[in-house]
Design a protein. Structure first.
Length: 380
């Protein structure tokens, strides 16, 4: 499959414009790469609700859970460099993890949301890293690890970060900058430097309306005591979207949902993964490590989302029985969406990478029509 830049732009540009005129987009950008090169880059709208600051070529935005893809690639690179297979047990590298029935959990199970640690029994602050780690160490799995999967919305980033610290001896945010962001010159951050704040689009919460599908999940999300509610509220704090616009919060390296960057940088990152782990003359990953990203480790009804989802080692995949594919047509594709509309993935079969970022959220945690219409246009 070979993309023609002019033809693709003719297909995507009208749909991108319709996101503003028909679907209430405020500010957004989309980037499509193939064979390690940009094919289409579009941006438009505004960085603020008063429409005083236009979205520019260097505007960056919060990408929410799309940050998990950045975090996962750091862990996989650490494992590769230390020659550690994902079949090994987490407790070999993090001894305190082996409490409360977690001694046999493998790296593969943890990375594919099968560890049963999506919610915590104790109340700890999301900005208190040490307290969250101690809570995870003491937590009993919510189901027998390896028997099911459920999206680890907030705890996942802490699990990734601690693994990098234990094995590589530095924080995941530091590892990201050193190994990927700086060598590839990515305008993509996990913990934003203060000097970059003038370029950040203000994030806005979804407007009230009819809950999207699956309805039961979104009802559970607001019902205390349900698994969905507990998953998205532990560790607690930063539940209001407005809190994520705080400069001091943007500076925090929150691996689960705190990444900030441009669509172009996010697509460039995934282009490296789609292009055999190579970009700009730099080689990052072996074929074996790339197989960890493309190989589905679990596929079925997600205990949290209550719909079919699938995961490889750290990335979301197209689920076989899902109502629609969210990462294009290839079953080798992998990536990670973010709450409200951000979306990114790599398609190694066609060497395509895609990223969409925005600042007016919708009531959706999985990709919505604004990005998926653009994805469909690529594969038309």
């Amino acid at each position: 499959m070979k993309l023609d830049a002019e033809d693709l732009k003719k297909r995507i540009a009208p749909l991108f414009q319709e996101n503003f005129t028909r679907f209430s987009e405020l500010g957004a950008a989309v980037s499509v790469w193939q064979n390690g090169k940009p094919v289409v880059d579009l941006y438009g709208g505004f960085c603020d609700a008063r429409r005083e600051h236009r979205w520019a070529s260097d505007t960056i935005a919060l990408i929410w859970s799309a940050t998990k893809g950045l975090g996962s690639v750091c862990v996989l690179h650490v494992l590769q460099e230390h020659e550690i297979d994902i079949s090994r047990r987490v407790a070999e590298f993090w001894p305190e993890f082996a409490q409360a029935g977690k001694e046999k959990i493998t790296l593969a199970e943890l990375l594919s949301h099968q560890a049963g640690l999506c919610a915590l029994d104790r109340r700890v602050d999301v900005l208190d890293y040490g307290a969250v780690i101690r809570a995870l160490e003491a937590q009993t799995p919510l189901w027998p690890p390896g028997t099911a999967h459920g999206y680890h919305a907030r705890t996942f980033g802490f699990l990734l970060d601690e693994l990098v610290r234990r094995i590589a001896g530095k924080t995941l945010s530091e590892y990201w900058q050193e190994i990927f962001a700086q060598p590839l010159q990515l305008d993509l951050w996990i913990g934003l430097p203060e000097k970059e704040n003038s370029r950040v689009a203000t994030m806005y919460a979804a407007k009230a309306g009819k809950p999207p599908e699956p309805r039961k999940f979104y009802v559970d999300l607001t019902t205390p005591g349900t698994l969905a509610h507990n998953t998205f509220t532990s560790p607690y704090g930063l539940h209001a979207v407005s809190g994520m616009n705080n400069i001091s919060v943007r500076a925090q390296p929150i691996v689960s949902f705190g990444g900030i960057g441009s669509a172009g940088a996010l697509a460039k990152f995934y282009s490296m993964l789609a292009n055999g782990g190579e970009l700009d003359g730099q080689h990052f990953f072996s074929r074996e490590t790339l197989r960890w990203m493309t190989t589905t480790l679990t596929d079925g009804i997600d205990r949290v989302f209550q719909v079919p989802t699938a995961f490889s080692a750290g990335f979301m995949k197209n689920a076989w029985n899902a109502r629609r594919r969210i990462f294009g047509t290839s079953m080798d594709a992998f990536g990670h969406p973010g709450a409200g509309g951000s979306h990114a993935f790599a398609d190694p079969e066609n060497k395509i990478a895609f990223a969409y970022v925005m600042n007016q959220m919708e009531q959706s945690l999985l990709p919505n029509k604004k990005s998926l219409r653009l994805v469909d246009a690529i594969y038309r």
